[in-house]
Design a protein around this ligand. Sequence first.
Ligand SMILES: Nc1nc2c(ncn2[C@@H]2O[C@H](COP(=O)(O)OP(=O)(O)OP(=O)(O)O)[C@@H](O)[C@H]2O)c(=O)[nH]1
Ligand SMILES: [Mg+2]
Length: 441
Amino acid sequence: MFDFLSQKFSGILSWLKDKGRLEAADIDKALAQVREALIGADVPYELIEDFLANIKNKIVGEELKTKLSPGHVVIKIVHDELLEFLGGKTEFQISFQIPSVVMVLGLQGSGKTTSIAKLAKWVSKEAAKKGKNRRILLASVDFYRPAAVDQLEILSKQVNVDFYRAQSTDPIKAALEIYNYFKSKGYEYLFFDTAGRLHIDEKMMDELKAIDEKINPRYKILVLDSMTGQESLKVAEAFDKSIGFSGALLTKMDSDTRGGAAFAFKYALKKPIYFVGSGEKVEDLDLFLPERMATRILGMGDVLSLIEKAEDSLDKKSQEDLAKKVMGGDFNLEDFSKQLDMMSKMGSIQKIAKYLPGMPNITPEAMQAGEHEAKIFKCIIFSMTPKERQIPKLLDSSRKQRIAKGSGTSVQEINKLLERLQQAKQFAKMFKKFGRGRGRF
Ligand SMILES: Nc1nc2c(ncn2[C@@H]2O[C@H](COP(=O)(O)OP(=O)(O)OP(=O)(O)O)[C@@H](O)[C@H]2O)c(=O)[nH]1
Ligand SMILES: [Mg+2]
């Protein structure tokens, strides 16, 4: 997400970074580019003017009192203002109180049902980190779309939590029935799915209000499709006016959607965005962290998110073993092969790359090529003797030819692998450094 903004801001950064002195014309040029980026991203006009006016004032004030280079001053101010709009420096971390009913609202197809499964998984995972096991129930009153309730039942199995099917098919009666079941069975959480409508209408809002009263939710989460751009602000405002909600979950941030929805939401409603959905799978949910997002918009990449993902999906011990080897300098092809395995566990390279600095311009084709390359490398490593994997220097040209034949690859590809081994050493070193000094770039 924010790809469009990201490119624009990176562009601004690249020419400003090296500026020793900043002329008035430079500031104007930078601001014009920021404006263009925001307009392109569907951010409401008044917000843009507000944003720019603030930046300009601060640049002028700041330039007089700081020893930083003017280029850096502008970059810092743009970053800080951006951060302010996105929610400020404090990271908002929701932890659902026990017991809680969490009601999910939103338009049709925004991602409510999928997000419920993601939330249930997230809550169980967080509890498991503390050695706890939460009693979670999922239920739905979407009787309008055929199979909507079945969809939630299937998802509940995927995330390994309980599901209850109400006997009544009247949404309001069913809501009460579900709530009573939740209470009587002593569940800690009820994630409650509602029906979406194509447009906001009074009947829909009235029904939601009646349900709201029956189940008394501690949290009402508005699910917003980030691909709907400016329109999403109208949706959020309408829900807020009629039934109200505690915060939002922005879905489909993995698409090449523009950043306007998040900007507009934070600016106009000043409510938290709890989570962002970043894919169709149940694990594709991340906390919305303003600092990381601002950094990412500015093209620095979201290295912290990447590290967190890695930590979640990789087993700690093998990570540490690998890190030790790297630090000890004896990182070999055996380890490289393990590293390739870890990368595939973390998700596709395409996904990982989104979090890395300087990667936004890499095309999907290039990414696919990268994944293809990883497969070839594994074939090559597989065809080597254990000794060769340990000491790649043993590979002379005749061995390379044999291995190429044995693995259906070429000597060039083997040479490329050896080159990549060197690069991987660098990557692993960097990785370890970031892992230690969390929060520093
Ligand atoms: N790429 C991507 N797809 C998503 C995300 N969240 C949901 N989807 C997809 O969006 C589509 C609609 O998701 P649902 O969860 O069924 O949406 P809903 O709001 O429950 O829809 P209705 O019940 O019909 O109102 C599905 O194909 C999901 O897989 C996301 O974060 N990223
Ligand atoms: Mg649904």
